[in-house]
Design a protein around this ligand. Structure first.
Ligand SMILES: C[S@@+](CC[C@H](N)C(=O)[O-])C[C@H]1O[C@@H](n2cnc3c(N)ncnc32)[C@H](O)[C@@H]1O
Length: 384
């Protein structure tokens, strides 16, 4: 637990722009008894004028501060019989907002909202994100531009498999679009990045991958990842255009999934194998798109209504022409009746090979009148 910084609190009733304990310094979570916390917030609401209310905000903030830093062993007086985990910076931000409010009525409105956030859980039908505490998820992205400079290399995640996506992609998608205990289907599992993230987040996951040696490695990765939620993670070898998903899911222990993640080869940019069934060996772009079509149709049969499919894909450049593989694939999925919810543009760092040829590519771009790929897409679709 980080120690909070106590700041001078000489309160000026005319100008309320000060900050309580500098919320920017408080980056800790703490556990407290829910009734104790709600009782303290209710006490603030009982003030019958703004000056008293502000003083009560300060007293409560001092109490929280002392509780976090366990001043004089204060925590032993408040055992958390009904524990709730609190993000200190969000709580202090809310208290600051109330302290700086100009009318008692507005302050009461904020206090009621604060109480509700700690007493009621509000989620969407497809996510565990508590919308009453939405400020507590700063890591969950809501903008359509994702700039991710560092790969999450924690645990068994590695950059070792050429063409895998960074774990932050499935982390974001699974957190936004599934609930704990639900099922994710990955039709191009690769080295198991989605399965590892699903397992970490308490979601079950079933993945398919064409290459036996890659599947073997993925299985090893998933098995060595701690499974704190006791989830089911199943990896099967096979061609995603041919799989009987219903039977496979039944074997894994479910009859439907709540999210589909598709991260296919970007046509032939990276040749994943010599296998003719591999999408990176498709005869033409049309043939590649037809396969995307087939996999979408097959996975759609096991995806629950109202749930989401994410397609992660980049474009390609060939014969002096930019081939919008992403948009072409997107259109195939839209034509199946899916609603397009978002197009996310994610930065794309060079593979090791390209990095060494950076200067050469820059020269080629200047000569050829094109721009070097620096992005890929994540298309989000909802099944109607
Ligand atoms: C872009 S990679 C996916 C990487 C994965 N997201 C990860 O993080 O490891 C595409 C994968 O699809 C596999 N693949 C290609 N064609 C396939 C097919 N017809 N059925 C199943 N897997 C296929 C390739 O072997 C490759 O591992």
């Amino acid at each position: 637990m980080h120690k909070t910084t106590r700041k001078t609190r000489s309160i000026n009733m005319q100008v309320h722009s000060e900050k309580l304990f500098g919320s920017e310094d408080v980056i800790t979570d703490f556990v407290i008894d829910r009734d104790v916390l709600l009782g303290k917030i209710s006490k603030i609401s009982e003030a019958d004028n703004l000056a008293d209310l502000r003083n009560r905000v300060i007293t409560t903030s001092e109490f929280i501060h002392d509780y976090i830093s366990n001043e004089n062993d204060i925590r032993s007086s408040y055992p958390p019989d009904n524990p709730i985990r609190i993000k200190a910076n969000t709580l202090f931000d809310n208290l600051n907002q109330i302290l700086n409010t100009q009318t008692r009525e507005r302050a009461i409105y904020y206090l009621d909202r604060l109480k509700k956030s700690y007493s009621e859980v509000k989620t969407s039908q497809y996510s565990d994100i508590n919308l009453n505490r939405w400020k507590e998820y700063p890591d969950i992205l809501t903008d359509s531009l994702w700039v991710m400079d560092k790969r999450d290399n924690s645990g068994v995640h590695t950059a070792g498999y050429w063409g895998n996506f960074i774990p932050q992609i499935p982390y974001q998608l699974i957190t936004r679009y599934t609930k704990e205990g639900e099922w994710v289907l990955d039709t191009f599992a690769g080295c198991g990045t989605t399965l590892i993230e699903a397992q970490r987040l308490g979601r079950n996951c079933i993945g398919f991958e064409l290459q036996p040696d890659v599947i073997k490695k993925a299985k090893g990765n998933v098995a060595s990842e701690p499974n704190g939620y006791d989830t089911i993670s199943k990896l099967y070898e096979g061609d995603s255009t041919e799989i009987d998903y219903e039977t496979a899911l039944e074997k894994a222990g479910t009859d439907s999934v709540q999210m589909v993640i598709m991260h296919p080869p970007y046509f032939d940019i990276i040749k994943f194998s010599e296998d003719k069934r591999d999408l990176s060996n498709a005869d033409s772009i049309e043939a590649f798109l037809d396969k995307i079509d087939v996999i979408t149709a097959k996975s759609e049969e096991v995806l629950d209504k109202g749930r989401f499919l994410a397609l992660v894909i980049g474009d390609k450049y060939e014969g002096g022409e930019w081939i919008p593989l992403g948009f072409l694939s997107m259109e195939r999925i839209r034509n199946r009746g899916y609603t397009l919810k978002s197009i996310i543009v994610k930065n794309f760092e060079e593979t090791t090979g390209k990095r060494n040829q950076k200067e050469l590519w820059r020269y080629r771009a200047l000569v050829g009148g094109f721009y070097i790929f620096k992005h890929e897409y994540i298309f989000i679709f909802q099944k109607g």
